[in-house]
Write a protein that binds this ligand. Structure first.
Ligand code: AMP
Ligand code: GLY
Length: 432
């Protein structure tokens, strides 16, 4: 069948790479795509906010499956429009995508379903927020309710910082996304991500990962969309994974179905592994970026079959997916200035050399420049991804590949995977 993939980042390049290998895929289209995705798919210039134009494209190209990569079109209800027109879609409805589109929606759902998460209050004005801060004290977490491109969350160590965050939100810094906010208990522990496919009834675990959100080495500096990730996350032991499914994922899927907004697509749970067990920090209604890149690097099953079965409500008919036991690790190469204003146009070379030893370089923010060469065109530019028998090994291979990439106006963290590398060194020395 023909498949249409929507999106243009490193996540979508990884999805395109696997979909192009799928037995069910005759022709892959992608919109708007990027130069890396163009190696796997025919690019179309579609505006995803124009639901009518996307529908016409699907009719004309006889699309059998639409895969929606990013959250914005899902929260905007594109999956509903396309399903209404008779197409199979991978991705949740507008109602179910509120799991990512509204922090308050998710917190209320957790309360109704008894899902472990931090204590919280929803507030709709600065005065209400300040009163709530008085009850929580510091440290405390302040979140703009809506989509804020990962920038709407402040983990405040002092009350002054928390008050500043509240003023930012209700002063309009996040526009509509900040008409409402959540004040939340600060959770302590290690963070990890859990992925599951669901068609609203069947739940298929689809890998674990850990990412590095801060721009600087040692997890310092401002937050970003993610500077690197690895999969699997060994901290999520099989015991903990069982607990996450039972106490967090299953009640979410069941409650949404019961309340008339069944979730179909990938559920990405951001977890805090606290002393009392795993607690939900947040849900995303799409694959993580760059977590998707490491999941796809390990996936040995046919991605297209899984996404189609999910879209057609028949996940229960598939065997569980196979993921390599190897670790995959990805290093994000970003343009100078990121996560502020990234410098555009920096020349990129050496990708073939980086891939010569088996690494895969996914394009995130790249463009073809006037001379036909490759140039930076975004904050996160490349995701240099490698596999190895351990995190230490995958890390070494990823950085070998990074060192072959020529991108003088870019930078990357040199310590992706450091927690696990330290733990592996510890267990190594414990053995000897
Ligand atoms: P979110 O967008 O909700 O994932 O928040 C972004 C980041 O803020 C998370 O990855 C955590 O590092 C941090 N964070 C969010 N909520 C909490 C919380 N309740 N306690 C501690 N850290 C949090
Ligand atoms: N890497 C974090 C995210 O995709 O939300």
């Amino acid at each position: 069948m023909n498949i249409l993939l929507l999106g243009s980042g490193g996540r979508e390049h990884a999805l395109a790479w696997k979909l192009a290998q799928s037995r069910i895929c005759d022709k892959l289209y992608a919109a708007p795509g990027n130069p890396g995705i163009a190696e796997e798919a025919e690019l179309a210039s579609l505006d995803v906010t124009d639901h009518g134009a996307v529908t016409v494209f699907c009719e004309e190209r006889r699309i059998g499956l639409v895969v929606i990569g990013p959250e914005a079109p899902l929260v905007d209800g594109l999956a509903d429009t396309l399903r209404g027109a008779g197409f199979s879609v991978f991705g949740p409805s507008r109602a179910a995508a509120q799991l990512e589109g509204s922090k308050g929606f998710t917190k209320d759902l957790c309360e109704r379903a008894g899902i472990p998460t931090g204590a919280y209050e929803r507030v709709t004005s600065e005065a209400e927020a300040m009163a709530a801060l008085g009850r929580f004290g510091a440290p405390v977490v302040i979140k703009a309710d809506g989509l804020a491109a990962g920038k709407g969350v402040t983990v405040a160590m002092t009350v002054e910082e928390a008050e500043g965050a509240v003023r930012d939100i209700f002063g309009g810094k996040f526009g509509e996304a900040g008409a409402e906010a959540v004040i939340e208990e600060f959770l302590e522990g290690e963070e990890a991500s859990f992925f599951a496919l669901t068609d609203g009834s069947t739940i298929v675990p689809f890998g674990t990962a850990q990412d590095h959100k801060r721009v600087g080495e040692g997890d310092t500096g401002p937050n970003t969309g993610g500077m690197g990730a690895y999969s699997p996350a060994p901290v999520l032991t099989s015991l903990l994974r069982g607990e996450v499914i039972e106490k967090i994922i299953a009640p979410t899927v069941q409650t949404l179905a019961r309340e008339g907004m069944p979730y179909s697509g990938v559920l990405y749970a951001g977890l805090m592994l606290t002393r009392e067990g795993p607690k939900l920090i947040e849900y995303n209604c799409r694959f993580g970026d760059p977590e998707c890149q490491v999941l796809m690097m390990r996936l040995e099953s046919d991605l297209g079959e899984f996404l189609l079965a999910c879209a057609e409500n028949r996940l229960s008919t598939l065997q569980p997916p196979h993921f390599s036991h190897d670790t995959a690790l990805t290093v994000v190469m970003a343009a100078q200035g990121y996560p502020g204003t990234p410098k555009k146009g920096g020349h990129i070379g050496g990708i073939a050399e980086a891939e010569a030893e088996g690494a895969k370089v996914f394009h995130a923010g790249t463009a073809v420049d006037a001379s036909g060469g490759l140039a930076a065109n975004g904050g996160r530019v490349l995701n240099v991804t490698a596999r190895g028998g351990s995190v230490t090994d995958a890390q070494a291979k990823a950085y070998e590949a990074v060192d072959r990439v020529v991108f003088p106006e870019g930078f990357c963290r040199r310590d992706i995977g450091w927690r696990e590398v330290e733990r592996e060194a510890g267990s190594q020395s414990a053995k000897t």
